[in-house]
Design a protein around this ligand. Structure first.
Ligand code: ATP
Ligand code: MN
Length: 478
């Protein structure tokens, strides 16, 4: 048997009248003659032409939607329209049957909710094939971007004893018998008897450890899973998501913004180029979906235009203080249309505010800087005004916050003072503080939520549809 050729390669083949072997899953079978076969290398199917008069009827009956086939035959120029080449089958082998009465994925449009419940099979649809190929390209491009710039990929721990943000939204890690948890004499949980001899949790961010690496390797990035037990049932939050966190020595807030903007543009450009067909497919999908909405809610740009727009325009950079002024004076605020009215300087921005700035006011990605220190993490560098910190959030249309970053506080006394004010235990973070004791230097970094990026590039509306098996409150199926 000749070697299996991927359908994507076959469809691009310059050569015809050659013997080929192709393997994949049946997407459709019509007139007992034409099989649409797909192997996930592209959304385009290869047409297999079956000589039904000379094929065992029992075999024909087993060519059903979802079945896995191996087909040997000749690749020829196609007579029909819709494809340039097709395979005239000489040999069909059923590798795996699929009972058409029971197979959930029918050749029709299924709702995204239905497919989420069938996440084990949704890869076999065109939409999810496109999404996961785009996700793959984005991940690869992230690595390529940093590797080209000499960054070191650092693996930070998944199990940690620290809660980076002090937000307390962590999943505990324990191997206690939950029916019989050891207690101390005073009735508290005796973590000394637990696996690590102390309370531990799944990481919410690799940043603190990333900073340790940057203080020797200069430029590092992490790309790994993070976990947050936040009970937020939104279309932008997952309990398990992937985060990219570069950390750069000898770098300030401006360098940090440049790096983030360059990176976002690089990975989007890479994917537009590499996955042109998939982006085209997803653009069509979104256009169809938008047609269901009332005219005034439809977006002005197609997905493809939105992505291209992002590449050709500088992100708008302004301070939190300037943003608050814009929001205060905005029509929705004056007409009391915001669910959370802008109270004035110091209020945390909600997603509706971020999206107003991006989608209505500037109509492009926005970077907000210099937030009030009260609403940001302890490690952000304090500005001279005594009120703000050198933070930056990147806001994207349809998403809101996609990146959160800052220049870090490298001055030991400032950092300790802020930790005291915010009740962050200094003794537990002795190792973090050591970097400020031995060779501290200005440095900066950010966290990019990978699924938010995939959400933006695919034009999907729910973050649960851009990770293979989403974890969210009350759901850990598969
Ligand atoms: P948000 O306000 O949207 O909850 P955050 O301020 O908690 O975000 P950070 O702690 O700055 O976010 O995390 C860095 C990035 O990780 C965010 O910019 C976002 O892209 C992503 N992110 C944060 N929480 C989640 C989540 N639960 N699911 C998916 N991505 C997330
Ligand atoms: Mn959050």
């Amino acid at each position: 048997m000749s070697q299996r050729v991927k359908i994507k390669a076959l469809l691009q083949s310059q050569q015809t009248d050659i013997d080929v072997t192709v393997k994949g899953w049946v997407r459709a079978f019509r007139s007992n003659r034409f099989i649409a076969l797909n192997d996930g290398s592209t959304n385009n199917n290869i047409q297999i032409v079956v000589d039904f008069e000379n094929t065992d009827p029992a075999l024909l009956k087993r060519i059903t939607v979802g079945a896995a086939l191996s087909v040997g035959g000749k690749l020829v120029a196609s007579q029909g329209k819709g494809q340039t080449v097709e395979v005239i089958a000489t040999d069909i082998e059923i590798l795996g049957d699929s009972d058409p009465e029971k197979y959930p994925i029918q050749p029709k449009k299924h709702s995204l909710e239905f497919l989420r419940e069938n996440a084990h099979l949704r890869f076999r649809t065109s939409t999810f094939g496109a999404i996961f190929r785009v996700r793959n390209s984005l991940a690869f491009a992230v690595h390529q971007f940093f590797q080209e710039r000499g960054f070191v990929y650092l693996h930070t721990p998944v199990i940690t004893a620290s809660d980076a943000e002090g937000a307390g939204e962590t999943f505990h890690v324990t191997n206690f018998d939950l029916d019989n948890i050891p207690k101390t004499d005073t009735g508290e949980i005796d973590f000394k008897q637990d696996f690590f001899g102390r309370p531990t949790n799944l990481t919410v961010s690799g940043q603190l450890e990333g900073e340790l690496g940057a203080m020797a390797l200069s430029d590092i990035y992490t790309f790994g899973p993070t976990f947050r037990a936040e009970n937020s049932n939104t279309t932008r939050h997952l309990a398990e998501f992937w985060m990219i966190e570069p950390e750069v020595a000898f770098s300030d807030l401006n360098d940090n913004m440049d790096l983030a903007e360059d990176m976002l543009k690089y990975v989007i450009r890479y994917t537009l180029d590499k996955n042109a067909d998939d982006i085209e497919f997803l653009t069509q999908r979104l256009a169809e979906e938008e047609k269901q909405k009332p005219q005034n809610e439809r977006s002005e740009m197609t997905l493809l235009k939105k992505l291209q727009f992002c590449l050709t325009h500088d992100f708008e950079r302004l301070t939190y203080t300037e943003a608050i002024e814009i929001l205060k004076e905005s029509t929705p605020n004056k007409k009391k249309k915001f669910q959370y009215p802008i109270e004035g300087w110091g209020t945390d921005l909600q997603s509706e505010h971020e999206r107003y700035l991006v989608e209505k006011h500037f109509k492009k990605p926005v970077i907000l800087t210099d937030y009030p220190k009260e609403i940001k993490a302890f490690y952000m560098r304090q500005n001279d005004d005594g009120k703000t910190v050198a933070a930056m959030d990147i806001l994207f249309p349809g998403i809101g916050e996609i990146v959160g970053g800052s220049q870090r506080e490298e001055r030991l006394s400032n950092l300790e003072q802020r930790m005291d004010e915010m009740g962050i235990p200094k003794d537990e973070l002795w190792w973090y503080l050591d970097t400020r004791r031995f060779g501290a230097c200005p440095h900066a970094g950010f966290g990019l939520g990978f699924e938010r990026l995939v959400l933006f590039v695919t034009g999907m509306g729910n973050i649960r549809d851009v990770i293979p098996f989403p974890r969210f409150p009350k759901n850990a199926e598969f």
